[in-house]
Design a binder for this molecule. Sequence first.
Ligand SMILES: NC(=O)c1ccc[n+]([C@@H]2O[C@H](COP(=O)([O-])OP(=O)(O)OC[C@H]3O[C@@H](n4cnc5c(N)ncnc54)[C@H](OP(=O)(O)O)[C@@H]3O)[C@@H](O)[C@H]2O)c1
Length: 252
Amino acid sequence: MRLKNKVAVITGGNSGIGFGIAKEFVAEGAIGTIVGRNEDTLKSSLAALDNKFIGIKCDVTQLDELTAMFAETEQKFGKIDVLIVNAGGAIGAGTAGNMADVTEEDFDKIINLNLKSVFFTVQKALPHLKDGASVVMVGSLTAHKPLDGLTTYGGAKAAIVNYARSFSKDLAHRKIRINVLSPGTIDTPVFEKLGIAEDLAMELKQHVGSANLMQRIGLPSEMGKVAVFLGSDDSSFVIGQEIVADGGVYHF
Ligand SMILES: NC(=O)c1ccc[n+]([C@@H]2O[C@H](COP(=O)([O-])OP(=O)(O)OC[C@H]3O[C@@H](n4cnc5c(N)ncnc54)[C@H](OP(=O)(O)O)[C@@H]3O)[C@@H](O)[C@H]2O)c1
């Protein structure tokens, strides 16, 4: 019970990696809030979290919604021990890949969700975080290894690795630790959201998912276990770092 009675906020906790993190957090004794826009999955996730979490509908790209969500969380649970900044993704911006084709609109969309919202999720949390809190930002292998179609996204994810260090310095007087968890390919609903035929999506998942030393796709629960380490006192001397959990791609 490494997170017993710890108050956590997990953005994107209603799907994929965020939901995997939430389940591991509940297993370690945490309580708190999962955040997303989809009211159905927010609601349906709660039973699987033993009703230890509440769901708050919030678009993380809207600063006033972030402010309201953190205030509601503090009112319900008290100050926050662990913040997981996970909401994000590369889907929904048609030409955000090859830099020659990226439109200003697509660029803004990807950067708003994967960089600007990360910055302001942490900033708006500050009045509600305990001194000594742990913040984990979810990055991506693409921060280091360019992947076709993910140019704009990879740049945003690379920037948050820098933020982990600069935020840690800015917030050191409060002993707040900021680290990054960068997944490789993980088995989440993201493949179903690609808008391509189901068999093609499965083929793609199989192909990119097995291109690592472990020769298999990663699981949300495996990301959850790394997040427990970074979120708990087990990592009390780990500050401004990145853990790349990719089954063996980045350094090979
Ligand atoms: N799966 C992978 O292989 C992989 C690899 C590297 C990094 N990542 C990163 O891991 C994180 C989670 O991805 P995933 O694969 O678990 O995808 P996912 O299953 O599609 O989950 C994305 C989550 O983000 C939330 N979200 C998206 N936009 C939001 C917004 N504007 N406001 C609030 N919530 C928002 C979604 O909730 P709603 O739809 O309800 O808003 C959902 O809970 C992302 O940051 C992604 O970049 C994933």
